[in-house]
Design a protein around this ligand. Structure first.
Ligand code: AMP
Ligand code: ZN
Ligand code: ZN
Length: 404
């Protein structure tokens, strides 16, 4: 008799769980380079709806370096950059000499670079279907490491049509329907670089991506799914003003030394040729002005940027608004100056992005402080009641209070 009671209780719990899964959809949206304060300019009525009816954070802290591919990986895996392995937008594997480049679709689809477990992989292991209308690092070459539905990246694909596809996915027969979907838009990043974070052009981009969010809301209400969909809106980093008057020529400082240099602008990574490390570090240290130089051993722990074997021996981080580079890079910058950039110290408020969460699982009108981007992955696992990959840096207890 007792056994039957337990069995009934067990079946009841299982059916509650599957009922919860059935009516539980999460759309994770990223607006690239959408700085924390863009949502306070009075030009984003749809984000304001999320703030009024859901959870809003004062800012969303990226990991160092505050760049696109590394941070989209941190959001989707819950790992610091030195743990998931996408240490920059462009970098070299020092053991094989192979290049990872965000502009090379073939390379960005090679699974071997990605050492973290993206949420869609965790979900797949748990029988949950997933889809992505773009996310850096989503279109991988191994079937089990990518979402069930995935799109090849095309920056110019129309913005509203991406939403139409998401709505179509949500209307698929139940057995085929994804429960977790990502969406991504680059415009605020592109315009932020080109015209600067305080320009009227950037305000146009902000208002435009907000209108796409409004379109998504209207479609969700039209389908009647508003009580089963959770929407999380984030960005990968912020943006700050830069100027050709604030440049530092690394090549000049390092005259007469031998090294391999990667990246430019907010930070550079230097691999000294053998025997040159001390000389190069000392030279950079003696000239330290509007930048900080670190070795992998002495970089402050708060950067979480020392453990990956691909990270070169010397890391140089510019002061906010300053740009580092070789003579050629600086010359190019002066010829075609961008107005904004990111990649600096991730604790600078200008590098922070946004976090908004709306839907049946979230508190209403709840405003909180800064949220760390590595905490989104454990939050996603909690929303679906699945066990996170054990190797993450994110912590559910730092974010769980935003749930009802
Ligand atoms: P960043 O240099 O960090 O500003 O990178 C932003 C750029 O990444 C934007 O211009 C996007 O078009 C590009 N991007 C975003 N997602 C992808 C993707 N999945 N594949 C290739 N490029 C991407
Ligand atoms: Zn970005
Ligand atoms: Zn950018």
């Amino acid at each position: 008799m007792k056994q039957i009671k337990y069995l009934l209780l067990f079946l009841l719990i299982i059916s509650f769980q599957s009922f919860a899964q059935k009516n539980n959809y999460v759309i994770l949206i990223s607006f690239d380079g959408f700085r924390w304060d863009y949502a306070n300019r009075g030009i984003t009525p749809n984000i304001e709806k999320m703030r009024d009816e859901g959870v809003s954070a004062s800012s969303f802290q990226p990991c160092f370096p505050s760049k696109t591919f590394p941070n989209h990986q941190s959001i989707i895996t819950g790992m610091y950059i030195d743990h998931h392995g996408i240490i920059a937008n462009d970098f070299v594997d020092p053991f094989t000499g192979e290049h990872y480049r965000l502009s090379d679709k073939k390379v960005t689809s090679q699974s071997k670079w990605y050492r973290g477990e993206p949420f869609w992989e965790t979900a797949k292991r748990n029988g949950i279907k997933t889809a992505s209308f773009y996310w850096p690092g989503s279109n991988l070459d191994l079937e089990y490491r990518r979402p069930d539905y995935v799109k090849k990246y095309n920056q110019n694909f129309p913005y509203y049509a991406r939403v139409d596809t998401v709505i179509k996915w949500l209307g698929l027969p139940y057995s085929k329907r994804p429960h977790f979907i990502t969406l991504y838009y680059s415009l605020t990043d592109t315009y932020g670089h080109r015209y600067g974070p305080d320009s009227k052009e950037e305000n146009f981009a902000i208002a435009h991506v907000d209108s796409v969010l409004g379109y998504l809301f209207s479609k969700i209400y039209e389908t009647g799914m508003q009580d089963s969909v959770n929407i999380i809106l984030v960005s990968d980093h912020g943006m700050t003003n830069i100027s050709p008057d604030r440049t530092i020529n690394i090549e000049k400082i390092l005259t007469g030394t031998k090294y391999f240099l990667q990246e430019s602008g907010p930070f550079v990574l230097i691999s000294p040729l053998s025997g040159e490390k001390e000389k190069i570090y000392n030279r950079l240290k003696e000239n330290e002005n509007h930048y900080k130089v670190y070795t992998k051993e002495n970089i402050p722990a708060y950067y979480h940027y020392s453990e990956n074997p691909f990270i070169p021996e010397i890391i140089v981080i510019a002061e906010k608004g300053w740009s580092l580079g070789t003579s050629k890079q600086i010359e190019n910058f002066k010829l075609h100056p961008d107005k904004g950039n990111h990649g600096y110290d991730n604790h600078l408020l200008d590098m922070h992005g946004i976090f908004f969460a709306w839907g049946h699982s979230f508190k209403k009108g709840y405003r909180t402080g800064t949220i760390l981007n590595i905490d989104v992955y454990p939050l996603l696992c909690k929303l679906f009641g699945i066990i996170p990959n054990s190797k993450i840096d994110g912590k559910l207890e730092r974010i769980q209070y935003i749930l009802k």
